[in-house]
Design a protein around this ligand. Structure first.
Ligand SMILES: [Zn+2]
Length: 211
């Protein structure tokens, strides 16, 4: 039986790369709640207008709204989905199971990586000041050092939120938040733990073998 996937991983863990490959090579649909919110607002659907009102008022979009957004935009029988960036806590995980997945087979994939390694990856991130293209001095170098492949820009800079101390504290918060979610799926026998330091191909093959 085909499983939907729930991706859990810190920024820099490589989950975005795997999601792209699963979409292009295995036909998965990638669900990011942030994208869904923006699309729904752009559609000006009744739900989108409701979301816009909440956001305009500076409120957080409630779990209940996110769930309705998911219900309105996915067809579990027709497609295989990757849920990315959601759920972020146990309440959301339970609600996703109860209100959206409703017993459809699903696996949580946790991209496990040492925080020190993540810090190293993330502090090597550089952004093109001109076009916003993202590089990594270790894993995704520009073809010519210091020059953007896409626009030829010569300023590849480190963003303020890519500084080491900021990254460390952001990752610690992330880890503390997702640990209970990981345990939730583990206790249900639905967790696949991936060594996020493995190669892109190794990780891709492992995930592919589970779905
Ligand atoms: Zn550029």
């Amino acid at each position: 039986m085909k499983s939907h996937l729930i991706f859990i991983g810190a920024p820099g863990s490589g989950k975005g790369t795997q999601a792209s490959r699963l979409v292009s090579e295995k036909g998965f649909k990638h669900i990011s709640t942030g994208d869904l919110l923006r699309t729904e607002i752009a559609k000006q659907s009744p739900l989108g207008l409701e979301v816009k009102k909440v956001m305009d008022e500076g409120q957080l979009v409630s779990d209940e709204l996110v769930i309705r957004l998911l219900q309105a935009n996915i067809d579990l029988a027709a497609s295989q989905y990757i849920f990315d960036g959601y759920p972020r806590n146990i309440a959301q995980a339970e609600t996703l199971d109860r209100e959206v997945l409703k017993g459809s087979p699903s696996l949580a994939v946790y991209f496990d990586m040492d925080i020190a390694k993540l810090v190293e990856r993330l502090t090597n991130r550089r952004t093109c000041k001109n076009c916003g293209a993202i590089y990594n001095l270790i894993t995704k170098k520009p073809k010519v050092m210091g020059i953007c492949d896409k626009c030829g820009g010569t300023e590849l800079v480190q963003r303020a939120d890519d500084k080491e101390e900021v990254i460390k504290s952001r990752l610690q918060v992330f880890q503390d938040t997702v640990n209970p979610v990981i345990k939730y799926y583990q206790d249900l026998g639905r967790l696949v733990r991936v060594d996020a330091e493995g190669s892109v191909d190794e990780i891709f093959n492992l995930i592919s073998s589970k779905v």
